[in-house]
Ligand binder design. Structure first.
Ligand code: AMP
Length: 193
């Protein structure tokens, strides 16, 4: 079983790369952002609550995220494994994920960190805003807040997973296919270890 976490700042391409990883290794792609956007579309209570945070570029509180993730992922854990996209985003979420997996005798196999310079992130963000991605949180001001929150709350996870010796840093300053090729090499190298 292969359980992979894809970490990266907003606009680093983690959604695209997670989808490609899931497809190549036959894993379930679990995007917490997509999950919440879906709940918002269906106007469920969780969606409406999550929207108040997402629209400000803030993180949805851990209590809501963990309940949703437990419902979706851990309970019906996929046969081959999961690509976690956008989760965990805080050390508390990481600890809770580890505990839930441990109870099922499972663990995180690999954490892929997609590294993109801040200048490039801002360029991509402006592009995404201009091209109207359809996401309510894709506007310049909110995106700046998402980067600030990412730095404060999610970046510490690099050290957390680096200490566990399961983190690989991949440069995201290349084309989608080039980045994916580096990711694939890193995953294969770990699998063959
Ligand atoms: P994403 O699609 O991963 O960029 O997520 C979009 C938004 O959903 C984030 O800016 C957060 O508001 C919320 N979100 C997604 N995943 C999480 C998470 N693991 N913890 C808290 N909030 C999250």
């Amino acid at each position: 079983m292969l359980n992979i976490i894809v970490l990266g700042p907003p606009c680093s391409g983690k959604g695209t790369q997670s989808e490609k990883i899931a497809s190549l290794y036959n894993l379930t792609h679990l995007s917490t952002g997509d999950h919440f956007r879906n709940e918002i579309k269906m106007r469920t209570p969780v969606g409406l609550l999550a929207q108040t945070y997402i629209d400000k570029g803030e993180l949805v509180p851990d209590s809501i995220v963990l309940k949703e993730i437990y419902k979706k992922a851990i309970k019906k854990i996929a046969k081959n494994g999961i690509v976690f996209d956008g989760f965990p985003r805080t050390e508390h979420q990481a600890e809770m994920l580890q505990r839930s997996l441990h109870r099922k005798n499972l663990s995180i196999s690999h954490v892929i960190y997609i590294d993109v310079d801040e200048d490039e992130l801002i360029k991509r963000m402006l592009n995404r805003c201009q091209n109207n991605s359809g996401r309510s949180d894709d506007n310049a001001e909110i995106l700046q807040n998402r980067i600030a929150i990412y730095k404060k709350q999610t970046l510490p996870l690099l050290e957390y997973y680096s200490k566990k010796q399961i983190l690989t840093k991949i440069s995201g300053m290349a084309t989608v296919e080039e980045v994916f090729s580096s990711i694939r090499k890193a995953i294969d190298a770990r699998l063959n270890n």
